[in-house]
Design a protein around this ligand. Structure first.
Ligand code: IPD
Ligand code: CA
Ligand code: CA
Ligand code: CA
Length: 268
C-alpha cells in the first residue's frame, strides 16, 4: 500500500467529516424527518440519509473503483467484491441525535484487502476529530493520543450496551457485565459505538464491550483503538472479521486479558 495513497484517503475522510458537519448544521435549521426502521427504537432521519449520500458521492467521484458500505445502504456494496471498501456510518448514535442533538458522530473508515488503513470519527458538537492511519498513531485534532499503561480494573471506567441487550441477558453476559461493574470504578452507556471506541483510544474510557455491531459501527474505531496501543477483538478473543457483524471487546492493554478471561471463563 502506497503511503501517499493512504494520506489521500485520510484527507478525503476528514473532508467528508467536515462537510457532514456543515450539512447537519444546515439541515438542523429545519424540522427533522424521523422514521422507524425495524421498530420505534431503530430510527433513521433525513440527515442520516443526506450525509450518507454526500459521503458516497465524494468517495465515488474520486475513486469510482472503490466500494462504500454505509448503514443506510444507499449504494449496493458486497465488501468482498472490492479491494478498497469504505465503511460509513453517517450518524452513529441516531437515537441521541434525535433526542439530544448531541452525543453522536460521523464514522468513516477505508479498508484495503480487508485491513483498515484510515479511520476518522468526528463529533461535530464538540468539534473533536479522532483520526488514525495504520502505523501512524492516533490523533485528536492533530494532538497525538496515548493511553496509560498501568491501569488497574478497580480504577477503570468502561462503557457497554450489554445490560439492555436481550441476547446478552439470555446468554448470562449481562450478569457478568454487572459483576464486572462492581470490580471497576464505573460504567457508562453512551449509545454511540464509534465514539466510545474513540474514547478508548483517547483513554477517556478504559474499555468498551458490545454485542452485534455492524462494520460501519466499529470500522473506524477499530483502527483508532489499535493505533492507541489498545486491544480490540470479538468477545471470544478472535480477530474482528472483515465486513461482518461482530461482538467487540476493546480495552486498555493492561486490562484486556483480565476482561477476556472474565467474560469467557468466569461462571455466571
Ligand atoms: C447504534 C449505536 C449504539 C449501538 C448500536 C448501533 P446507530 O448505531 O452505535 O451505540 O449500541 O448497536 O446500532 O444506529 O445509532 O448508527
Ligand atoms: Ca441505525
Ligand atoms: Ca451505528
Ligand atoms: Ca447510523
Amino acid at each position: 500500500m502506497q503511503n501517499t495513497e493512504i494520506k489521500e484517503w485520510g484527507l478525503l475522510a476528514k473532508h467528508c467529516a467536515r462537510s457532514a458537519e456543515k450539512l447537519i448544521e444546515d439541515m438542523l435549521s429545519r424540522p427533522l424527518e424521523v422514521t422507524y426502521k425495524s421498530s420505534a427504537s431503530d430510527l433513521v432521519t433525513s440527515v442520516d440519509r443526506a450525509v450518507e449520500q454526500m459521503v458516497i458521492d465524494e468517495i465515488i467521484k474520486k475513486y469510482p473503483e472503490h466500494g462504500v458500505l454505509g448503514e443506510e445502504g444507499l449504494v449496493a456494496c458486497k465488501p468482498f467484491d472490492f479491494d478498497t471498501v469504505w465503511m460509513v456510518d453517517p450518524i452513529d448514535g441516531t437515537t441521541n441525535f434525535v433526542h439530544q442533538q448531541q452525543n453522536y458522530c460521523i464514522s468513516i473508515a477505508a479498508y484495503h484487502k480487508g485491513v483498515c488503513q484510515v479511520g476518522a470519527v468526528y463529533d461535530p458538537t464538540r468539534k473533536e476529530l479522532f483520526y488514525a492511519e495504520r502505523g501512524g498513531g492516533v490523533f485528536l485534532n492533530d494532538s497525538p493520543l496515548q493511553v496509560e499503561r498501568n491501569k488497574e480494573m478497580k480504577e477503570a471506567l468502561w462503557s457497554t450496551s450489554l445490560f439492555w441487550n436481550r441476547r446478552a441477558m439470555k446468554s448470562g453476559l449481562s450478569e457478568k457485565a454487572q459483576r464486572l461493574a462492581h470490580r471497576s470504578r464505573g460504567v457508562r452507556v453512551y449509545g454511540v459505538a464509534a465514539l466510545e471506541l474513540a474514547y478508548v483510544a483517547a483513554g477517556r474510557l478504559d474499555a468498551y464491550i458490545s454485542l452485534g455491531l455492524n462494520p460501519w459501527d466499529y470500522g473506524a474505531g477499530l483502527l483508532l483503538v489499535q493505533e492507541a496501543g489498545c486491544r480490540i477483538t470479538t468477545l471470544d478473543g478472535n480477530e474482528v472479521p472483515f465486513g461482518e457483524r461482530s461482538s467487540i471487546l476493546a480495552a486498555n492493554p493492561n486490562l484486556y486479558d483480565f476482561l477476556l478471561e472474565f467474560l469467557t471463563e468466569h461462571p455466571v
